[in-house]
Design a protein around this ligand. Structure first.
Ligand code: ATP
Length: 511
């Protein structure tokens, strides 16, 4: 918190007219503004009116635009309604509940006018602080608003919150080990949320114990749903559902071991696993690996969709990205899956037309990847890496970059077996080698499609039989004939991509 007080007073001293703090911890912000304000007075506007903290005076029912008009119009001070001289000079205006009102052009225009007055020195030592749980920067205020994110609480601070809560509620403090575990689980949540969960835990059975961790996890799950910017994917896929890709599977298994014994690993000098980029042809198992990684690591899978992060207001996309990262940190340990990475970041810095917003999003993401020490393992997947910015492919961002190509004959055999078994059909009676021979250039998804079609065909053919016989090699061969392979459909792209992967010396996922 000291950090934020320092930053805030620095901005205030430097005459930044509007400081926007994105949080729903309004009380905390008020405290920070008070500490950062020197001995200046604070006026607060909220949905109930305008309040002058020092003398407890208030103008109930005053709308934001009325309040701003008053500050902007010097003559208004002599007006009856404002006989008490609500002047902004040497004062700070704290604005709450303004999110919707920032769509009102009159409010925006008056905030702009006041900002200009502050910047030009006509209005001395004044600042406006807006606090809201969501960021909205109207285009006309872009030059006047400075955003300040609220710091994420450290584990030690969370421990203090828990201790204080227990003292206030007169209940016994959790044992030292559990206190640490609980504080770690709370990481990423706000003080307000932590206190709410603790209150719920105490209401349940009068104590705070290990069973209450469920409440924390449930709260985090809900946070993801509510955020609207990410999705928590239900995972059924296991590593044994992947045919082939042995090199990648072995690598993931090793990282999972480190992840599961992270304390011992760190003590030994091992880095916390950061993540992996899996690039390659469509339908060859990239998404499957992301899902299987989450089962292997034994943690939830969060999916980030760049399209959802894009907002329509200035700074909204960046704010969404920061919220998403905070959320990921809050949910961690987890696997963060970023699908179609090339769609999000293609073209940046290679002159390919990446917009300013995407470039800024990319910057935030890169810094996070670089500095990240938390337990969020990133699995990014991409079809085409040729337009991805080179910074992303540099060592240090991802622990490793793998490429998946078309499955080898041995891999095709395994993929056939997996999908035949998955559809409850016997494998032993099928001539797998013959199928392998006939499916040169087929992707894993093609093979899955072939098996699916064959099983359906066998069923339809024998509808009149009370107990239909299982599928035969012939059924599958027929389905193969009806399916154009990926290598036929994407011949040129596959050649270009394969060359690019080998030129860049990416690791082959298969061997
Ligand atoms: P895209 O880039 O089009 O999203 P992808 O590489 O992510 O493709 P997946 O979604 O992982 O492809 O694969 C599609 C389906 O194909 C999977 O659900 C899976 O059933 C099957 N499949 C692909 N590769 C394999 C494999 N190696 N082993 C088993 N099944 C596979």
């Amino acid at each position: 918190m000291d950090n934020l007080v320092n930053k805030m007073s620095l901005y205030m001293d430097a005459g930044f007219p509007i400081i926007y703090i994105e949080t729903f911890e309004e009380d905390k912000v008020k405290q920070i503004v008070q500490e950062a304000s020197g001995n200046r007075e604070i006026l607060e506007w909220n949905v109930r009116g305008l309040f002058y903290n020092k003398t407890d005076e208030k103008r109930e029912g005053l709308s934001l635009i009325e309040a701003l008009n008053n500050f902007a119009d010097k003559d208004a001070m002599d007006n009856e309604k404002f006989a008490q001289r609500f002047n902004l000079e040497r004062r700070i205006l704290l604005v709450k509940d303004a999110y919707e009102l920032l769509d009102d052009p009159k409010v925006v225009a008056q905030l702009k006018f006041l900002s200009e007055e502050i910047v030009s020195g006509n209005l001395k030592d004044a600042n406006i602080v807006i606090v809201s749980s969501q960021l909205k920067v109207p285009k006309n205020l872009e030059h006047y608003i400075t955003t300040l994110p609220l710091d994420i609480m450290e584990v030690a601070d969370i421990e203090d919150v828990i201790r204080n809560f227990c003292e206030e509620e007169n209940i016994s403090e959790p044992m030292e080990d559990f206190l640490k575990e609980l504080a770690f689980a709370f990481k990423g949540l706000s003080e307000f949320e932590i206190k709410n969960i603790l209150a719920l835990a105490v209401t349940n059975d009068g104590v705070i114990d290990r069973a209450d961790l469920v409440l924390v996890h449930e709260h985090k799950r809900q946070l993801v749903q509510k955020s609207g910017i990410m999705e928590m994917v239900q995972v059924k896929e296991k590593i044994s559902d992947i045919g082939g890709l042995e090199n990648l599977k072995k690598w993931l298994e090793s990282k999972a071991r480190v992840f599961k014994h992270i304390d011992r690993a760190k003590e030994f000098g091992v880095d916390v696993p950061k993540g992996v980029l899996i690039a390659g042809l469509p339908g060859c198992g990239k998404s499957l690996n992301a899902k299987a990684a989450s089962s292997l690591f034994g943690v939830p899978l969060l999916r980030m969709d760049m399209g959802r992060l894009m907002g329509k207001y200035v700074g909204e996309s960046e704010s969404n990205m920061r919220r998403a990262i905070q959320l990921v940190e809050a949910i961690s340990p987890c696997v963060l899956w970023i699908d179609e990475l090339e769609k999000a970041f293609a073209g940046i810095s290679s002159g390919g037309g990446g917009s300013e917003v995407t470039t800024r999003l990319f910057g935030i993401f890169l810094t996070w990847m670089q500095e990240k020490e938390g337990m969020a393992f990133v699995v990014a997947t991409a079809n085409n890496i040729s337009h991805l910015p080179p910074e992303l492919l540099r060592k240090g961002r991802f622990d490793e970059i793998f490429y998946v190509g078309l499955p080898t004959p041995m891999e095709r055999a395994k993929i056939f077996q997996i999908h035949i078994k998955k559809r409850k059909q016997p494998v032993d009676s099928i001539d797998i080698q013959m199928l392998v021979k006939e499916t040169e250039g087929y992707s894993g998804a093609d093979i899955e499609g072939v098996v699916k079609e064959a099983v359906e065909q066998a069923f339809v053919e024998q509808l009149s039989n009370i107990k239909p016989s299982p599928i035969t090699t012939k059924h599958i061969l027929m389905a193969i004939k009806n399916t154009a392979s990926l290598s036929k459909i994407m011949k040129e792209e596959i050649e270009t991509m394969s060359k690019e992967y080998s030129d860049r010396h990416f690791k082959n996922a298969s061997y």
